[in-house]
Design a protein around this ligand. Structure first.
Ligand code: NDP
Length: 461
């Protein structure tokens, strides 16, 4: 390579890095308290320099500023009346982050920790995740700082109705399509949909996904995120001549994603030795009985500590973080953000973990991710590993608009194919951008290029 070409490449790289640094510093200055959002942006920005070097038009078009500023962030009051007749007020959010490749799409989270930083981090990641699915969906997210724990059915219904009274002005099958997330499952989606229908005066099934099968839901949606995560793990392991059978698996959480990740892992012959809720975790080297977990968490709304009453050979430990000290070959964080710290990652690696796949969104801290990559762990970032949920949500939209319903087997087959495609696209992008095996780089670059190209083609809007 001639000296002049090398110098020009160096200058382009310098320019790309300076641009990334400048935009990141503006973001931090503008909203200094939004630490989760900064973390999610940092993850993307650390990966995409080679894409900016290869295509400097992204810099000329100021793609990074445009990508990191939501198209719209809606904050609203959610007043409701509790069972004592007292008026309560929560704060609701919907971030409509990016519609370059389709209507905004992303779940609703009801949890006391929800704030603008949390919905922005989730909505930002959703843009790239949705792009990776190959489906025509943009990125959005929402929720409220409402705690469903300990609330009666009537309180949940009144809260959901109030939340939807405002949300209905902003969503719709071709505009913005919410779904579930932490604290929002089939019951909440039912109440949300009922209110939406009443306000609209018409049945627009495609305005929400994750619905009950009784009114337009898709078979396979409930299982999709957890099953999809395991299909992704299968692809990763297959590439290295490994398989899931007989491997010990630790799963955090015992909600929708965790339960279905455990179900598929067990079906494929793995031994799930631990799972948790937000109070603590259970551990049984002989394998957790999933039916008991389902009964306790899905049906009786009880705590995971009660599991030991039915299986006295198992152990319950109060507190969540200790779950990562349990030796396993496969770790599946499926609960919440930043649940694997740098030191937890170190312990997992020391204890022989081979695969870490993120069912939850951003469950590993930056320090943890760095250690997984440096130790050549097969590490599947959330954007890729848990994209199966939103992918099947998009299939639900397709079924709703064509007024047909696919069988479970049809949906599951499509999910499998989508997860295989996501794995291969991420893996190929990692290779093409000189980071073979690094699926963080692969997922970020593949997702970024698709969205950035669509934005470029649509002009400055
Ligand atoms: P659920 O509300 O169904 O379950 C969440 C689970 O995590 C519960 O068992 C909860 O315990 C547990 N949990 C919450 N906080 C903590 C904590 N600090 N430590 C340990 N456990 C905790 O939510 P989902 O399963 O739907 O979502 C889980 C994760 O997956 C989230 O990050 C979500 O964004 C992500 N995700 C979900 C998708 C979906 O389709 N549902 C799609 C893609 C990603 P408790 O019972 O005590 O509350």
């Amino acid at each position: 390579m001639s000296h002049t070409i090398m110098q020009r490449d160096y200058q382009t790289e310098q320019r790309a890095q300076a641009y990334i640094d400048e935009v990141f510093s503006q973001i931090k200055q503008r909203d200094p308290h939004e630490t989760e959002f900064h973390q999610a942006v940092d993850v993307i920005f650390k990966s995409i320099k080679p894409a900016l070097v290869k295509n400097p038009a992204y810099i000329d078009n100021r793609i990074l500023e445009r990508l990191t500023e939501p198209e719209r962030l809606i904050t609203f009051r959610v007043p409701w009346v509790d069972d004592e007749g007292t008026v309560q007020v929560n704060r609701g959010f919907r971030v409509q982050f990016n519609s370059a490749i389709g209507p905004y799409k992303g779940g609703l989270r009801f949890h006391p920790t929800v704030n603008s930083s949390v919905v922005k981090f989730l909505g930002f990641q959703q843009i790239f995740k949705n792009a990776l699915t190959g489906q025509p969906i943009g990125g959005g997210k929402g929720g409220a700082d409402f705690d469903p724990k300990g609330k009666s059915d009537g309180e949940i219904m009144r809260f959901c109705q109030s939340f939807m009274t405002e949300s209905s002005q902003h969503i719709g099958p071709d505009t913005d399509v919410p779904a579930g997330d932490i604290g929002v499952g089939a019951r909440e989606l039912g109440y949300l949909f009922g209110q939406y229908k009443k306000l609209r005066g018409r049945f627009e099934a495609g305005a929400l996904t994750g619905k009950s099968l009784n009114f337009g839901g898709s078979l396979g949606r409930k299982e999709a995120t957890g099953y999809g995560t395991i299909y992704f793990v299968e692809n990763m392991m297959k590439d290295k001549g490994l398989n899931i059978e007989g491997k010990r698996v630790v799963v955090s959480g015992s909600g929708n994603v965790s339960i279905h990740a455990m179900e598929k892992a067990i079906e494929l012959g793995a031994i799930v030795v631990a799972c948790s809720d937000s109070d603590g975790y259970i551990h049984d080297e002989n394998g957790i009985h999933l039916e008991t977990v389902k009964q306790l968490k899905e049906i009786e709304n009880r705590r995971i500590r009660d599991y030991v009453d039915y299986h006295p050979q198992s152990v319950y430990v109060e507190g969540c973080s200790g779950i990562w000290t349990i030796p396993c070959e496969i770790a599946l964080p499926c609960a919440t953000q930043n649940e694997i710290s740098g030191s937890a990652a170190q312990t997992l690696i020391k204890n022989g973990v081979k695969v870490v796949a993120e069912g939850a969104n951003m469950p590993s801290t930056t320090a943890a991710v760095e250690q997984f990559i440096a130790s050549d762990i097969l590490y599947a970032p959330a954007k890729a590993a848990n994209a199966g949920g939103v992918a099947v949500s998009s299939l639900e939209m397709a079924q709703n608009s064509s007024r047909i319903a696919w069988t479970f087997e049809e949906v599951d087959k499509k999910l499998k194919d989508i997860m295989t495609d996501i794995y291969h696209n991420c893996s190929e992008a990692a290779k093409a951008y000189s980071a073979p095996g690094n699926l963080v780089v692969g997922a970020n670059i593949a997702g970024f290029i698709k969205v950035a190209d669509a934005m470029t083609e649509q002009g400055v809007i």
